[in-house]
Design a protein around this ligand. Structure first.
Ligand SMILES: *[C@@H]1O[C@H](CO)[C@@H](O)[C@H](O)[C@H]1NC(C)=O
Ligand SMILES: *[C@@H]1O[C@H](CO)[C@@H](O)[C@H](O)[C@H]1NC(C)=O
Ligand SMILES: *[C@@H]1O[C@H](CO)[C@@H](O)[C@H](O)[C@H]1NC(C)=O
Length: 208
Protein backbone atom coordinates (compact mmCIF):
# COMPACT_ATOMS: atom_id res chain seq x y z
CA UNK A 1 0.00 0.00 0.00
CA UNK A 2 2.97 2.34 -0.39
CA UNK A 3 2.51 5.16 -2.85
CA UNK A 4 4.46 4.60 -6.04
CA UNK A 5 8.12 5.35 -5.39
CA UNK A 6 9.50 8.24 -7.39
CA UNK A 7 13.01 9.10 -8.42
CA UNK A 8 15.00 10.32 -5.42
CA UNK A 9 12.69 8.70 -2.89
CA UNK A 10 12.68 10.18 0.60
CA UNK A 11 11.15 8.44 3.57
CA UNK A 12 9.28 9.34 6.69
CA UNK A 13 9.85 7.26 9.77
CA UNK A 14 7.32 6.42 12.38
CA UNK A 15 8.19 4.58 15.52
CA UNK A 16 6.27 3.79 18.65
CA UNK A 17 7.94 3.49 21.98
CA UNK A 18 7.86 0.22 23.84
CA UNK A 19 4.83 0.08 26.11
CA UNK A 20 3.79 -1.95 29.13
CA UNK A 21 3.21 -5.69 28.79
CA UNK A 22 -0.18 -7.36 28.75
CA UNK A 23 -0.98 -11.07 28.43
CA UNK A 24 -2.48 -11.96 25.06
CA UNK A 25 -1.97 -14.40 22.21
CA UNK A 26 0.08 -11.78 20.41
CA UNK A 27 1.67 -8.83 22.14
CA UNK A 28 2.74 -5.90 20.01
CA UNK A 29 5.03 -3.60 21.92
CA UNK A 30 6.17 -1.24 19.23
CA UNK A 31 6.20 -0.73 15.51
CA UNK A 32 8.57 0.75 12.99
CA UNK A 33 7.57 1.89 9.53
CA UNK A 34 9.52 3.41 6.68
CA UNK A 35 7.03 5.30 4.56
CA UNK A 36 7.44 6.95 1.17
CA UNK A 37 5.94 10.32 0.39
CA UNK A 38 2.77 10.70 -1.67
CA UNK A 39 2.38 11.97 -5.22
CA UNK A 40 4.29 15.19 -5.81
CA UNK A 41 4.61 17.65 -8.65
CA UNK A 42 6.97 16.39 -11.41
CA UNK A 43 10.72 16.67 -10.90
CA UNK A 44 11.04 18.12 -14.39
CA UNK A 45 9.09 21.21 -15.34
CA UNK A 46 8.20 24.56 -13.87
CA UNK A 47 6.09 23.58 -10.88
CA UNK A 48 7.60 24.00 -7.43
CA UNK A 49 8.22 20.72 -5.57
CA UNK A 50 4.96 20.18 -3.74
CA UNK A 51 2.67 17.44 -2.42
CA UNK A 52 -0.44 17.14 -4.62
CA UNK A 53 -3.93 16.68 -3.18
CA UNK A 54 -3.83 13.08 -4.44
CA UNK A 55 -0.54 12.62 -2.58
CA UNK A 56 -2.15 13.98 0.60
CA UNK A 57 -5.06 11.54 0.20
CA UNK A 58 -2.65 8.64 -0.37
CA UNK A 59 -0.84 9.30 2.90
CA UNK A 60 -4.02 10.06 4.82
CA UNK A 61 -5.45 6.71 3.71
CA UNK A 62 -2.26 4.99 4.67
CA UNK A 63 -2.29 6.60 8.12
CA UNK A 64 -5.90 5.44 8.55
CA UNK A 65 -4.89 1.85 7.77
CA UNK A 66 -2.06 2.08 10.29
CA UNK A 67 -4.60 3.40 12.77
CA UNK A 68 -6.85 0.40 12.15
CA UNK A 69 -3.89 -1.94 12.57
CA UNK A 70 -2.09 -0.49 15.56
CA UNK A 71 -4.66 1.62 17.42
CA UNK A 72 -7.78 -0.50 17.06
CA UNK A 73 -9.42 -2.45 19.84
CA UNK A 74 -9.76 -5.47 17.56
CA UNK A 75 -12.86 -4.66 15.49
CA UNK A 76 -11.84 -3.60 11.98
CA UNK A 77 -14.13 -2.20 9.33
CA UNK A 78 -14.72 -4.40 6.27
CA UNK A 79 -12.45 -2.19 4.13
CA UNK A 80 -9.62 -2.21 6.65
CA UNK A 81 -9.84 -5.96 7.24
CA UNK A 82 -9.16 -6.50 3.53
CA UNK A 83 -5.73 -4.87 3.82
CA UNK A 84 -4.60 -5.45 7.39
CA UNK A 85 -5.24 -7.19 10.66
CA UNK A 86 -5.68 -5.67 14.09
CA UNK A 87 -2.39 -5.69 16.02
CA UNK A 88 -2.87 -3.02 18.66
CA UNK A 89 0.28 -1.67 20.27
CA UNK A 90 -0.30 -2.02 23.96
CA UNK A 91 -0.21 1.15 26.00
CA UNK A 92 -0.36 3.42 22.96
CA UNK A 93 -2.88 6.27 23.16
CA UNK A 94 -5.80 5.36 20.91
CA UNK A 95 -7.41 8.74 20.27
CA UNK A 96 -5.37 11.57 21.72
CA UNK A 97 -1.91 11.92 20.29
CA UNK A 98 0.84 11.61 22.90
CA UNK A 99 4.02 12.73 21.19
CA UNK A 100 6.18 11.19 23.91
CA UNK A 101 5.12 7.77 22.53
CA UNK A 102 6.05 8.54 18.93
CA UNK A 103 9.19 9.34 16.98
CA UNK A 104 8.41 10.80 13.57
CA UNK A 105 11.20 11.86 11.23
CA UNK A 106 10.96 13.64 7.91
CA UNK A 107 13.28 15.44 5.56
CA UNK A 108 12.69 19.17 5.17
CA UNK A 109 11.25 18.78 1.66
CA UNK A 110 7.77 20.26 1.55
CA UNK A 111 6.21 17.20 -0.09
CA UNK A 112 7.83 14.84 2.44
CA UNK A 113 6.92 16.94 5.46
CA UNK A 114 3.39 17.40 4.07
CA UNK A 115 3.18 13.63 3.58
CA UNK A 116 4.16 13.12 7.22
CA UNK A 117 1.38 15.47 8.34
CA UNK A 118 -1.20 13.80 6.07
CA UNK A 119 -0.17 10.38 7.39
CA UNK A 120 -0.48 11.60 10.96
CA UNK A 121 -3.92 13.09 10.21
CA UNK A 122 -5.02 9.58 9.30
CA UNK A 123 -3.30 8.01 12.30
CA UNK A 124 -4.72 10.52 14.80
CA UNK A 125 -7.70 12.24 13.16
CA UNK A 126 -9.30 15.33 14.76
CA UNK A 127 -10.87 14.24 18.02
CA UNK A 128 -12.81 16.27 20.61
CA UNK A 129 -11.22 16.21 24.10
CA UNK A 130 -7.98 15.15 22.45
CA UNK A 131 -5.50 16.54 24.87
CA UNK A 132 -3.88 13.72 26.74
CA UNK A 133 -0.86 13.69 28.97
CA UNK A 134 -0.15 10.24 30.34
CA UNK A 135 -3.63 9.20 29.33
CA UNK A 136 -5.38 11.99 31.21
CA UNK A 137 -7.89 14.24 29.42
CA UNK A 138 -6.78 17.79 30.12
CA UNK A 139 -9.11 19.70 27.81
CA UNK A 140 -11.24 20.99 30.71
CA UNK A 141 -10.25 24.30 32.29
CA UNK A 142 -10.27 24.85 36.04
CA UNK A 143 -13.59 26.73 35.74
CA UNK A 144 -15.26 23.70 34.14
CA UNK A 145 -15.29 24.96 30.52
CA UNK A 146 -14.05 22.47 27.94
CA UNK A 147 -11.82 23.91 25.22
CA UNK A 148 -11.09 22.04 21.99
CA UNK A 149 -8.22 22.44 19.57
CA UNK A 150 -9.17 24.29 16.35
CA UNK A 151 -10.76 22.40 13.43
CA UNK A 152 -12.84 20.12 15.67
CA UNK A 153 -9.93 18.84 17.66
CA UNK A 154 -7.09 18.82 15.12
CA UNK A 155 -4.04 17.15 16.65
CA UNK A 156 -0.44 18.27 16.33
CA UNK A 157 2.21 15.63 15.69
CA UNK A 158 5.83 16.34 16.53
CA UNK A 159 7.49 15.75 13.15
CA UNK A 160 11.26 16.05 13.47
CA UNK A 161 13.58 17.10 10.68
CA UNK A 162 17.14 16.13 11.66
CA UNK A 163 19.87 18.40 10.31
CA UNK A 164 22.61 16.94 8.08
CA UNK A 165 24.91 17.05 11.11
CA UNK A 166 22.64 14.57 12.92
CA UNK A 167 23.77 10.97 12.17
CA UNK A 168 20.07 9.99 11.85
CA UNK A 169 19.73 12.22 8.82
CA UNK A 170 21.59 9.60 6.74
CA UNK A 171 18.51 7.34 6.75
CA UNK A 172 16.38 10.20 5.49
CA UNK A 173 18.62 12.34 3.31
CA UNK A 174 21.76 10.31 2.61
CA UNK A 175 21.57 11.42 -1.02
CA UNK A 176 22.21 15.09 -0.22
CA UNK A 177 25.97 14.45 0.05
CA UNK A 178 26.08 11.73 -2.64
CA UNK A 179 27.92 12.92 -5.74
CA UNK A 180 26.59 10.00 -7.83
CA UNK A 181 23.01 10.89 -6.98
CA UNK A 182 23.41 14.46 -8.16
CA UNK A 183 25.37 13.60 -11.31
CA UNK A 184 22.72 11.02 -12.17
CA UNK A 185 19.99 13.64 -11.65
CA UNK A 186 21.93 16.18 -13.72
CA UNK A 187 22.72 13.82 -16.62
CA UNK A 188 19.27 12.26 -16.73
CA UNK A 189 18.15 14.30 -19.75
CA UNK A 190 21.06 13.15 -21.89
CA UNK A 191 21.09 9.44 -21.08
CA UNK A 192 20.43 7.15 -24.07
CA UNK A 193 17.50 5.48 -22.32
CA UNK A 194 15.86 8.82 -21.59
CA UNK A 195 16.23 10.02 -25.18
CA UNK A 196 14.90 6.71 -26.54
CA UNK A 197 11.88 6.76 -24.23
CA UNK A 198 11.25 10.42 -25.02
CA UNK A 199 11.32 9.74 -28.76
CA UNK A 200 9.18 6.62 -28.59
CA UNK A 201 6.51 8.19 -26.39
CA UNK A 202 6.52 11.67 -27.93
CA UNK A 203 3.60 11.03 -30.31
CA UNK A 204 1.52 9.53 -27.55
CA UNK A 205 1.87 12.59 -25.34
CA UNK A 206 0.97 14.93 -28.20
CA UNK A 207 -2.46 13.28 -28.52
CA UNK A 208 -5.26 15.22 -26.84
C1 LIG B 1 -14.10 -0.75 19.65
O1 LIG B 1 -14.04 0.31 18.70
C2 LIG B 1 -15.27 0.52 18.04
C3 LIG B 1 -15.01 1.56 16.95
O2 LIG B 1 -14.32 2.67 17.41
C4 LIG B 1 -16.32 0.97 19.07
O3 LIG B 1 -17.56 1.17 18.43
C5 LIG B 1 -16.43 -0.12 20.14
O4 LIG B 1 -17.30 0.31 21.16
C6 LIG B 1 -15.09 -0.46 20.75
N1 LIG B 1 -15.21 -1.62 21.64
C7 LIG B 1 -14.64 -1.67 22.85
C8 LIG B 1 -14.83 -2.94 23.60
O5 LIG B 1 -13.97 -0.73 23.31
C1 LIG C 1 -13.80 29.76 31.78
O1 LIG C 1 -12.60 30.36 31.26
C2 LIG C 1 -12.53 30.55 29.87
C3 LIG C 1 -11.16 31.08 29.48
O2 LIG C 1 -10.81 32.19 30.23
C4 LIG C 1 -13.66 31.47 29.44
O3 LIG C 1 -13.63 31.60 28.01
C5 LIG C 1 -14.99 30.86 29.85
O4 LIG C 1 -16.04 31.74 29.52
C6 LIG C 1 -14.99 30.58 31.36
N1 LIG C 1 -16.23 29.85 31.71
C7 LIG C 1 -17.02 30.20 32.72
C8 LIG C 1 -18.20 29.32 32.95
O5 LIG C 1 -16.78 31.18 33.42
C1 LIG D 1 15.41 10.91 -31.13
O1 LIG D 1 14.84 11.78 -32.07
C2 LIG D 1 15.76 12.73 -32.61
C3 LIG D 1 14.99 13.72 -33.47
O2 LIG D 1 14.05 13.08 -34.26
C4 LIG D 1 16.85 11.99 -33.38
O3 LIG D 1 17.80 12.91 -33.88
C5 LIG D 1 17.55 11.02 -32.44
O4 LIG D 1 18.52 10.24 -33.17
C6 LIG D 1 16.57 10.10 -31.75
N1 LIG D 1 17.28 9.36 -30.72
C7 LIG D 1 17.03 8.10 -30.44
C8 LIG D 1 17.88 7.46 -29.37
O5 LIG D 1 16.13 7.45 -30.94
Amino acid sequence: MLPRPLRGVLPILFLTREALAQSNAETVRSSFAYILYGERTPLRGNTAPSLTPLGGQQLYTQGSVFRARYLSNGSLSEDDSRVTTASPVIGLEENAIDNSQLSIYSSTDEYVFGSALAFMQGLYPPTPHAFAVDGEDLSMLANGTTVEYPLDGYQYPNVQTPSVLDPNSVWLEGHTSCADYWSSARDFDDEANTVRTYNSSFDFYQKT
